[in-house]
Every structure is written in C-alpha cells, then in structure tokens.
Write a protein that binds this ligand. Structure first.
Ligand code: SIN
Length: 359
C-alpha cells in the first residue's frame, strides 16, 4: 500500500504532531515494566506530503524517537527502551533482517531488566514476521507486534494508539506465555492466526475462523482464549543465518507447469502451493509438483482462500503424490514453517507432515 518516492519531509507534517516530549527513563515511575520498542519501518513510520494523503507516502521514514514522542501516555504504562532496528517498507522484508530481529529480541529478553518487547512493523508482511518470531523466540516474556494503516502524517493516524496499546499488552502480566502477539485496532491476535485482510481499513487484521485472543482498550487488557499449539520455548526451532530456498506458486484457471519446473531447475528445497478451495491444484501444475516431489523437493499444499484449512488427502492424494498438507496455515506462514523445519534438518513428507500437524 505504500507508494515509493513520495516527496515529503517530516517538516511538512502537522507540527503539533511531534511537539510532545519523548518519555524518558528519568521521569518514568521506576517500578513500571521496562519494554524495548524495536522499530523496523512500515506505514506506522510513514510520511506523506499532506495530512489527507493516506496512500501515496513513503514508509519507514519516521524514527522511533518521533513515534514515541507523540504518545506521552506511554510513560504511565512502561519505561521504554527504544531501538531502531531497520527502516524498511515491509514488502521488502528480507530473511537476513528476520535473523537480526529475532536474535536481538532473544538477547533483550535474556536480560532480567527487560520485561517485554514491542516491534513496530509494516502491515504488508507483518503476519510472516510475527509467525517467524512465534516459532523462534526463546522466552515466555511478551513480544507484541504492531503497525498502522495510515502514515504518521495522516489525519486520524492509527499508529499512536496502536503503539500505546501494544506497549500496554507487552507490559501486562497476562500476556506472558501467550507466544508472539499482534496488537492492532484494539484487538490482540496470536501470531499464528492473524492475517491482513484489507488494503485500506484500519481494522485490517483478523484471525479468520477463530477470532482474536482478546482485546485492549484504555489501559485494560483482557484475554478470552489462549494459544494451543506449541510456540516460543516449546519449539525445536532456533533462529540462524541459514534460510533454505522455499517459494510459493498459485493454482488458477489455465495455469501451466512452467513456474514449478523453473523453480525445480533453480534448485529450490521446497514449494508451497496456494491451491484453490481445499488446496486443490490444476492438473497441469499438480503433475509438475508430483514430478518435483519425486525429485526430493518438498511440496506443501495450502489454500489461496483466506480461511478454513486444507484436509490431508482431501482435494489431492497426498500419500500417493508425496505432498504435505499445510492444515490451517496460509501459504505465507506455511513457507515460514517449512523454511524453519528444513533448516532444523527435517526431511521427507512424513516427518514434515508431523511438523505441520504440530505447529
Ligand atoms: C509496509 O508494510 O511497510 C507498508 C504498508 C503498511 O505498513 O501498511
């Protein structure tokens, strides 16, 4: 949603926006939880030429100190330790940045002085980063991602309240042990379930089928359910610098086998297919994927539908074809899990199906 090259500087933004003092350790109440706020860019740090422009702006240009400065109420919730990890439009997220981010969070959370972490991120790939962290952070302290649909320069920018709510959730005792969370538009979602479902609405994130874990409003946090599948401390995954090559293909009317054959020729370790309906695949593409699987490429069947799950041996004969079912993970999260599993040494469809059934 962020257009590149918008010509704007912060000076052109609403000046009252950035006039408040940054909350500092000195004037915060010492017994408040200490929360690290790690900024990575995104629309929450975006700026446009005028306040009515919510689509043509540059993402990731406002620094973490300025993001914090417009939310003086943060100092009543937590002692903030800000860090600028990156300044990217999250459409350009790279796995090397995932490694840097996860390693930094693990280091911070190993420190007794840090009680939780908030990550500000772009909305476009937030669900992928959140799930990656959910599987690789080795702490039960809260990690909460947040973002915004409107740039920091916009009328009714949603970032400041989302940031305050994210810090409120990260500072709350009930958030411990819930895995990585996403606080957005007053809802608290699990990183495993949450997906972006709107290109423009401020209520852009949903957990299809099962709903949010809880809510946050005016300093109050309430969880209505908890996460069942293993995460954080309970996974076998550790963050590293090795990222096995896994790509995603889509099945649609008239699709050919060209993309799959090209990926196999390029040496991919795995292919996730965003199938139609219950992960069904056009016959041409399915034959190409079966050929890929017979050559040792891991093929995972997910769905392009956006909710529901893919039943093993439902719309394709997984046992006979050597495929793996993604269950309720969408194709993008299925790719994250497959990369981590392959990096951890998992091999073959039987072992990988167990991984997908577990996480
Ligand atoms: C991004 O993902 O970095 C840009 C779009 C957004 O944050 O809404």
């Amino acid at each position: 949603m962020a257009a590149r090259g918008a010509s704007l500087t912060i000076a052109a933004m609403n000046t009252s926006t950035f006039s408040s003092a940054t909350p500092s350790d000195e004037d915060a109440t010492p017994q408040l939880p200490r929360i690290a706020v790690l900024a990575t860019g995104g629309t929450i740090a975006g700026a446009a030429a005028d306040a009515t422009n919510t689509s043509g702006y540059q993402a990731g240009v406002v620094g973490v100190e300025q993001l914090l400065a417009v939310v003086p109420a943060l100092s009543t919730v937590a002692r903030i330790a800000p860090e600028q990890i990156a300044s990217v439009d999250s459409k350009d997220m790279e796995m090397s940045l995932w490694t840097t981010l996860a390693q930094r969070i693990n280091t911070l959370l190993a420190d007794d002085d840090i009680d939780g972490v908030v990550v500000t991120h772009g909305t476009d790939t937030l669900e992928e980063t959140a799930y990656l962290l959910h599987l690789t952070i080795k702490s039960d302290k809260p990690v909460v991602l947040t973002a915004a649909m409107r740039p920091a320069s916009a009328l009714s920018a949603d970032g400041p309240l989302n940031l305050l709510n994210a810090v409120t959730v990260a500072a709350h005792a009930d958030s411990r042990g819930q895995g990585v969370l996403v606080a957005f538009n007053n809802k608290i979602h699990s990183a495993r379930d949450v997906v972006k479902t709107s290109t423009y609405a401020v209520d852009a994130f949903q957990s299809p089928d099962i709903g949010a874990l809880g809510w946050v409003q005016d300093g109050r946090v309430e969880f209505q359910r908890s996460v069942v599948r293993p995460h954080t401390l309970a996974t076998e995954f550790v963050i590293g610098a090795k990222w096995p090559h896994v790509e995603i293909v889509v099945s649609y009317a008239g699709v050919s086998r060209i993309a799959v054959d090209a990926l196999v020729a390029a040496g991919v370790r795995g292919i996730v297919v965003a199938g139609t309906g219950n992960g069904s695949i056009h016959a041409s593409m399915q034959q190409a994927l079966a050929d890929a699987a017979s050559q040792g490429v891991v093929v995972v069947r997910a769905s392009r539908v956006g909710s529901g799950h893919v039943m093993r041996n439902g719309a394709a004969a997984d046992d006979a074809l050597g495929f793996v079912s993604a269950g309720s993970l969408n194709p993008y999260k299925a790719r994250v899990l497959l990369m981590l599993a392959l990096a951890a040494g998992a091999t073959g469809p039987v072992m990988l199906q167990k991984t997908f059934d577990t996480y």
